[in-house]
Design a protein around this ligand. Sequence first.
Ligand SMILES: NC(=O)c1ccc[n+]([C@@H]2O[C@H](COP(=O)([O-])OP(=O)(O)OC[C@H]3O[C@@H](n4cnc5c(N)ncnc54)[C@H](O)[C@@H]3O)[C@@H](O)[C@H]2O)c1
Ligand SMILES: O=C(O)CC[C@@H](O)C(=O)O
Length: 469
Amino acid sequence: MSSHDINNLQHSFRRAVNLSGSPGAVSTSPTQSFMDTLPRRMSASNKAKALKPFSTGDMKILLLENVNATAVDIFREQGYQVEFLKSSLPEEELIEKIKDVHAVGIRSKTRLTANILKHAKNLVCIGCFCIGTNQVDLTYATNAGIAVFNSPFSNSRSVAELIIGEIITLARQVGDRSIELHTGTWNKVSNKCWEVRGKTLGIIGYGHIGSQLSVLAEAMGLHVLYYDTVTIMGLGTARQVPTLDELLNNSDFITCHVPATPETKNMLSAPQFAAMKEGAYVLNASRGTVVDIPALIQAFKAGKIAGAALDVYPSEPGKNGAGVFNNDLNPWASELTSLPNIILTPHIGGSTEEAQSAIGVEVATSLTKYINEGTSVGSVNFPEVSLRSLDYDEENTVRVLYIHHNVPGVLKTVNNVLSNHNIEKQFSDSKDGVAYLMADICDVNQSDIKDVYDQLNQTDAKISIRLLY
Ligand SMILES: NC(=O)c1ccc[n+]([C@@H]2O[C@H](COP(=O)([O-])OP(=O)(O)OC[C@H]3O[C@@H](n4cnc5c(N)ncnc54)[C@H](O)[C@@H]3O)[C@@H](O)[C@H]2O)c1
Ligand SMILES: O=C(O)CC[C@@H](O)C(=O)O
């Protein structure tokens, strides 16, 4: 596209209508930061139109918990205004910061509860820069028209490798030997130190991480059993067992890779420790709610289990620092840290350069496509909806993004509004009572846009409306 065309395009954007109403709606002219990126966008491709909602200010992105720099770069290239923090925030501070942002990026510590989300008046999407999404009130987010994205498996390999390392470290008491030698103690022993070859690993949760771990474990000569609520084909010679008890009764190493749900809360507690083999080892790099740690401490002190590796805890510090893992956070902390052959790590299962970089790119790309084009593919809570990009020669085409309660008659009402223009393409899907309609309508001039928005805004079933052009 020539520089003349680019100037025309920038000029037409500047004439964009200033719309009031729902913060997620299209409004006023593009921001300078977006306009500055236009020449590069145009040169990139004169076919796919770079759609973007226009707000009275920059698209505001809040990134917490030291989200990887790859994400920051992607957002800034889009011309978004990015606020980056290395830690999570106390609730009051988070409420203050989240109230006018359009997207927020978190990892596993920040809790986006209904009480926090209700203050986020402009929020259109949330990025969990990790696998777990239990830290977000997904029901509230869905009903508020906020799409949630995560990175379903970019750190799975990192977790699996950590567990393999910890299995050997526990079996050989390497942690204790290292701590001793750091203090000058030479303790060369083989008592109750084992090879892992020929031993049995019990995997609870055979999803992305569990199955990755299964392959690595079998390569190390371990026999693999797994328990899952879903029937899943085992990899290699791994064998699914029908009950958790059968796994506990027969495993030398037991590792948890399930999500935090009501069903997995305290999944390993006193009865489960009692069902384990004498001298079993327990590993948990899933969520801190899955293993009852006081019960684990008792089982260890009773000699029932020979060691444990924990990467996650019911309460975790909001940021790095000395002395922050203490009895104020978890009442049993000092008792746990006093025990031998217990490996304690600060939720680093996914903390590798490779995983964090991949997660940063994956989630930032998902959020950008949702903000700029409305694409919800990969969302954990929304119906997956997308349409092919608009072309630059579709000048007076507007993309309508209409999120609504899934009740009869809505599509008729909405299409009555849209059919005042030619509907070039449309896609709609629903999930858990919420539906998402995406439509590209043609021959829409600037004065029509506000009219389309206002009519849609008057429909009873609406949850959220955005118009992109
Ligand atoms: N420590 C870390 O840094 C780290 C990193 C990544 C993921 N995680 C945690 O690990 C969890 C698992 O990750 P994933 O990517 O393997 O998830 P996944 O969804 O791919 O696999 C989870 C598996 O658990 C099974 N499951 C669910 N409830 C169960 C139950 N009650 N009993 C038995 N099986 C059950 C599911 O059917 C599924 O197969 C995540 O939810 C996350 O919380 C932690
Ligand atoms: O890196 C994190 O903060 C979370 C990692 C992990 O718990 C996940 O859910 O992916």
